[in-house]
Every structure is written in C-alpha cells, then in structure tokens.
Unconditional design. Structure first.
Length: 438
C-alpha cells in the first residue's frame, strides 16, 4: 500500500501573515536588467516534499538547462516562520519561494514580494492565458501580480463508477450531475443510496467534503473591512450538512484519517469524494495498493452543485533577490511555458492553470488509466472556468476549521445548529477581537 494520507500541498494553511509586517525587504530596489535570463543560480524554498521539488527542477532544466536551482525544503509547521524571518532580514533569503493559496492570500500585499506586474516582468500580459480565478488570486489588493501558480484546483466530485452504476443507476458524469444540480436534492439521494445498499454504502465520504463545497457558495471573502460574513450564511450551510448526516449521507469518518482512506479501495463504502482535481493523485491513488490490477476505469469526475476550488501553489520572487532574471525565468517557465507544463502533466497528471497548455493537453487526447475513457482534462477545465475568484484572507483557515468543528458537533447531536453557530461566532470573537461578527 502506498503511504497513507499523504499530506496534500496547500491544505493546511498557517495563520502568520507577511502582509501585516509592514516592512520593506533589504535591497528592495534591486531590479533585473531584462527578462528571459537563460543562465544563473537561484535558491528555491518550499514546504513541498523534496521529491516534488527535485522533480519540478528536473523538468525545468529540460526546458532550460542553464539556470541552476537549489531546492530547499522545510517542514510545513516551521516553513512560514522561517520564511518570514528570512525575508524580513534578508539573511540567507531565497530568490523564489512557494506558498499555498491561503498563505499567499496573506503574503501578497507585502513589499517582500516582487511586483510582477512591473517592468521588466509584465505578468499582466499573460493574464488572458490564465484560468480567470487563478489570475485574480495571483494579484494583491492593488491589482498587481505578486506570484504565479502552475496549478488550477477546480473542485467537483470524484465518484466510484461501480457503486454509482449500482446505486444511482448510471456512471455517466453528465447524468450524475443532472441528479444534484442543487443541494436540496442531496438528502433524498443520500437516504436512497443507504437504503438500497442495506446500510453498507453512503453517498459521501465525509462531511468535510460537504462542508468545503457548501462554504464555496459564498460570493465574497469571509472577512471584508474587518466584518465577518453574515452568520445566517454559516447557519444555512450547517443545516444542510446536518440534513445529510440525518439521512445517512456520509461514512461518519474524518477526511485524511485511516478509516476514511480505506474507502478509496479496501472498503469502498462511499460513492462521492468531494475533492478538487488533485483528489485523484493525492487521495485515491496513494490509498490504492501498488500492485492492484483492477483500477482501470474505476473512478470518474463530475461537477458539484456549485463550483469551488481548494488548494494550489504559488511561486513568488523575493523583492530583495540579487538573481531576479534567473528567478523570473524559473517562475515564468513553471507557470506559463507550454513545454514545461506538458512535461509536468505527463509526470503528475495534475491540472494546470495556463490555458494554452490546457488546450494542447486536451487536444492530445490525454487520459488517466483510473478514469478510463473520460476526457478528464475537459471536465476539469469546465469546472475551473466556472469558479468565481474570492479573495483569500489571513482569517480563512481558522474560520473554516472552526466551522467544521462546530458543524461536526451539530451533526453528532452534541449541539443544536443554533448552539453550534453561536459557539462558532464566540470562538472567532475570542481569536479575532478586531472583527465585527453578527
């Protein structure tokens, strides 16, 4: 069995915020003479695994062998602290660094990140080639690009084709989506699957999947001008999650624990897995035995009742770097070079965010053995185009974690929904006294 519960890059965001530091980096006026440097040396910092970083550098050097990249990896629980200290002081700071989407939401208003909209980078010229939500999330509050991402992470439902066929009557992704194009249909579908299976199969893997998609129905940031979204929004989403639990809609496990992981292959006790495009590669495949011979055409991807995204990794340049030409060549190649991205997809199967590469991959008739004949990239592309860009803030991870905790208490009956929403608000008031919550 592959290593269980491999930590997905970008799921756990840290609350430290570079934008709050209000400091300008040392050597901030250092500027490259031109873009497109084809030689030099740079240092890249990340909390991705060393294997991943080495792989990306290797692919990059196939495109440009003349820039030497030193990849330095830190544990996720110390990464932001080390990065923040290094960028502030300028001592031993990297030229390029990665940040997960929520971290980047906190970082991008800081002067410690090079403004990629300025000359000589002119990243704005690439905007029309980017998935719209990825482009928007790459900008600071002034509309300047402060990083670029090689990924897009459109969400939807990964579904077990065999179980879908048996208990939903079809394994066609379009027919499945037609069943649940609004959330009000979901509780009845949950009950039907549970009853037909004699209590052995559930519609959803966990309430964590449900929560992530429900919360994505918002049309604005969680916090705007130091005011939390109306609590009625959170109450409505919590009520739906509780209805799903009451109708035996999920396996009652927690996402990423061992019992949940068993559902991918060993147990096969749920139909829908609510995860973005990376779900196949970071959840399903790692929890399938290496020697399994029955995995071809076993999973599909279909849209959820509402579009959403989760995850993604951004590359930024330290504004005090003395190697900005080479740093930009690396960042631009990884995110906007079709040759690089084709090689990246061939190796990882991941969904990228650069439209010319996406279209070329689709035209190549890209397939994944796990999803059989489904043109998986076409479906993920459609999902990505429907995502509305909602700004990320330094509050997001705490808000989502706190909501999920209280949602679980309401689902288990430890609290009523009203009590859970009040506890949610009280916890946030304690952690963020500067916020208006009502």
């Amino acid at each position: 069995m592959k290593k269980r519960l491999r930590a997905l890059v970008g799921i756990l965001a840290l609350s430290l915020c570079l934008s709050a530091c209000g400091q300008t980096a040392n050597n901030n006026n250092s500027q490259p003479d031109s873009t497109g440097s084809e030689s030099g040396e740079i240092t890249l910092w990340s909390k991705l695994t060393q294997e991943e970083i080495d792989s990306y550098i290797s692919i990059y050097n196939e495109v440009n062998p003349d820039v030497k990249v030193k990849g330095v990896v830190f544990p996720g629980d110390t990464y932001v602290t080390k990065l923040q200290a290094s960028l502030r002081s300028g001592s031993g700071a990297p030229d390029v660094f990665t940040s997960e989407v929520r971290e980047f939401g906190s970082f991008k208003d800081s002067d410690l990140l090079e403004n990629l909209s300025d000359d000589p980078y002119n990243a704005d010229a690439e905007e029309e080639n980017m998935i719209p939500y990825v482009a928007e999330l790459s900008k600071d509050s002034q509309g300047n690009f402060k990083g670029l991402s090689y990924q897009s992470c459109p969400g939807g439902f990964w579904y077990n084709k065999k179980l879908a066929k048996e208990y939903l009557g079809t394994d066609d992704p379009d027919e499945l989506y037609a069943m649940w194009n609004n959330w009000e249909e979901m509780p009845a579908i949950c009950k039907d699957v549970y009853d037909k299976s004699g209590g052995k199969v559930y519609l959803f893997d966990s309430l964590n999947s449900v929560s992530a998609i429900l919360r994505a129905q918002r049309t604005e940031a969680y916090v705007v001008d130091n005011k939390l979204m109306d609590l009625d929004f959170f109450k409505k989403q919590m009520e739906m999650a509780v209805k799903i639990r009451e109708n035996h809609g999920d396996t009652m496990t927690d996402m990423w624990d061992a019992a949940w992981a068993d559902g991918m292959y060993a147990q096969q006790d749920f139909i829908l897995l609510g995860l973005p495009s990376w779900g196949l590669h970071y959840a399903i495949k790692p929890n399938t035995p290496d020697d399994a011979t029955d995995t071809d055409n076993t999973w599909g991807f279909t849209q959820a009742p509402n579009a959403y995204q989760d995850g993604g990794t951004w590359l930024s340049i330290y504004s005090g770097s003395k190697n900005k030409e080479a740093a930009w060549d690396f960042v631009h190649t990884m995110t906007c070079n079709v040759d690089f991205l084709e090689k990246y997809v061939a190796k990882t199967g991941d969904m990228v965010g650069y439209i010319p590469a996406i279209e070329k991959i689709i035209s190549s008739d890209f397939r994944d053995p796990f999803t059989g004949d489904q043109p998986i990239y076409e479906y993920e592309y459609e999902a990505a185009k429907n995502i509305q860009p909602i700004p990320m803030t330094k509050y997001d991870q705490t808000i989502q974690d706190t909501f999920d905790n209280k949602m679980k208490m309401a689902a288990t009956g430890d609290m009523t929904v009203d009590e859970a929403v009040k506890a949610f608000a009280d916890d946030l008031k304690t952690q963020f006294p500067e916020l208006t919550i009502e």
